[in-house]
Design a protein around this ligand. Structure first.
Ligand SMILES: NC(=O)c1ccc[n+]([C@@H]2O[C@H](COP(=O)([O-])OP(=O)(O)OC[C@H]3O[C@@H](n4cnc5c(N)ncnc54)[C@H](O)[C@@H]3O)[C@@H](O)[C@H]2O)c1
Length: 436
């Protein structure tokens, strides 16, 4: 089976390695020559546990090659898998530019009889109404001359190899035969159970539904957290207890939701619902609640300190997930803006990033060990290195307050050091019953 994977990034490359490990002859195609060269040398250019070994074995066995010449790879392939990014424009519309550019390229080289599978998350209807016309522009017709499939990538970077063959692979086709063909392909070359949903649109909506569920669930946790903060209860143990009934699965509140998935894909649904004359008000509201968490937490800090003008604040963490060097839509940006708006002097520490990386993203680099210590620490990312800070020492060096955006610290321990503690879902002045 000759397979071209277009987009050899964090998801495309592990996918290419998995196909190769199960016997396919794979061409990983990417615009970035540095990725292509690294792969062909047997080096893994992405940080994903376990992929380096798979990649070097596949390259050594001659089953995986990378190329920047996607057209040649497409022309030589029976299956073309597209997994390039789609995020948001400045107007929060789906930015399909990479996907549409690749589709034009696929159209120019596609073999009669091939199958084209799109895995990038897209608004419902994109594969049929935006992509198919481009693929057919050179005369081949979907369903007659080639098979068109949508199959969302539902696993996430950081845990790819753990999940790649366990998470059911959802497929839908332009025709029933295309969906069946995709089911056979993924079953054999991914080694995962397959859920054939029939149509392109059904498969597209599966991914959006799951992303919206996550965002709405977090928004609910954030609303409960705000309530808990006022009535004087610590929400953490309450969520743990609620989740023991076998029917509840509440996620954790926090200072914000980041990444290229959870805060992005709800807009794919919101815009398409508006276009179709319907509204997804709960989804819209959840986005507002989650993006409003940074403002909410910084307002609590401002009230506790009686103002933030001129205060030296150190943000801890830029990455949107602990231990993963990814910062698209990180809450750190919103938190910084809230602080700057109130006149604070803001710096940021994240040891996954160099000072130059931070500067390029609009942050002033800061150090935890810097003298004098920042007056305020705001925890944005629960990196393990922040779990055991010495609050007594920080207090001696001039820190006055901390904002715990991930409930990583024990409030009593922080307060015992003489610091003001402000935690998501935790009351400002200990577990009293102010609201009762
Ligand atoms: N990263 C995740 O955790 C994750 C999880 C689930 C789904 N996804 C889906 O996968 C998509 C890709 O995510 P990713 O994390 O792999 O992105 P990525 O940025 O790591 O990789 C995408 C790659 O595509 C390449 N590319 C862009 N345009 C191209 C073109 N015209 N031709 C060839 N290559 C091109 C880029 O150079 C890059 O290397 C996302 O948009 C999302 O829909 C990602």
């Amino acid at each position: 089976m000759r397979v071209a994977v277009i987009g050899a990034g964090k998801m495309g490359l592990p996918l290419a390695c998995q196909f190769a490990s199960r016997g396919a002859e794979v061409r990983a195609c990417d615009l970035r020559q540095d990725l292509v060269d690294a792969i062909n040398r047997g080096h893994c250019p992405i940080e994903e546990p376990g992929v380096e070994a798979m990649l070097s074995a596949a390259v050594a066995a001659g089953r995986l090659r990378a190329t920047a010449d996607a057209s040649t790879a497409i022309a030589a392939s029976e299956v073309v898998v597209v997994i390039v990014p789609a995020i948001l424009t400045a107007q929060r519309e789906a930015d399909l530019s990479a996907l549409l550019a690749v589709s034009e390229q696929v159209a120019g080289s596609l073999q009669r009889g091939a199958m084209v599978c799109y895995e990038t998350t897209v608004p419902v209807g994109t594969t049929r109404n935006r992509i198919r016309p481009l693929l057919e522009a050179k005369g081949l017709v979907a369903g007659r001359d080639f098979d068109l499939v949508y199959s969302p990538e539902r696993i996430k970077s950081g845990t790819v190899l753990q999940r790649i063959s366990e998470t059911p692979k959802v497929v839908g086709g332009f025709t029933a035969a295309a969906a069946e063909r995709a089911a056979d392909f993924y079953h054999r070359y991914l080694g995962a159970p397959v859920l054939n949903l029939g149509t392109l649109e059904a498969a597209e909506l599966v991914k959006l539904a799951a992303m919206v569920y996550r965002d709405v669930n977090i928004a609910l946790a954030n609303e409960l957290a705000r309530y808990g903060e006022v009535v004087g209860t610590d929400l953490g143990p309450i969520l743990d207890a609620a989740n023991t009934d076998g029917e509840t699965y509440l996620l954790r509140p926090g200072i914000g939701v980041g990444g290229h998935c959870t805060p992005v894909y709800p807009y794919f649904l919101i815009h398409d619902a508006a276009r179709t004359g319907t509204r997804v008000t709960l989804v819209e509201r959840a986005r507002g609640i989650n993006d409003g968490q940074s403002e909410h937490m910084i307002r609590r800090l401002e009230q506790a300190l009686g103002g933030l003008r001129g205060r030296r604040v150190l943000l801890l963490g830029l990455a949107f997930r602990p231990g993963v060097r990814e910062d698209l839509c990180s809450p750190a940006f919103l938190v910084r803006d809230e602080l700057v708006r109130r006149g604070a002097d803001v710096r940021l520490h994240d040891s996954l990033y160099s000072d130059a990386d931070l500067t390029a993203r609009g942050f002033q680099p800061g150090q935890l060990s810097g003298e004098p210590a920042a007056e305020v620490l705001v925890l944005v990312t629960g990196h393990p290195e922040y779990a055991n800070l010495d609050f007594q020492a920080l207090a001696r060096r001039g820190t006055r307050a901390v904002v715990d955006g991930r409930c990583l610290w024990a409030a009593e321990q922080v307060r015992a050091a003489g610091l003001i503690y402000i935690g998501v879902g935790r009351p400002d002045d200990g577990p009293s019953q102010r609201g009762s």
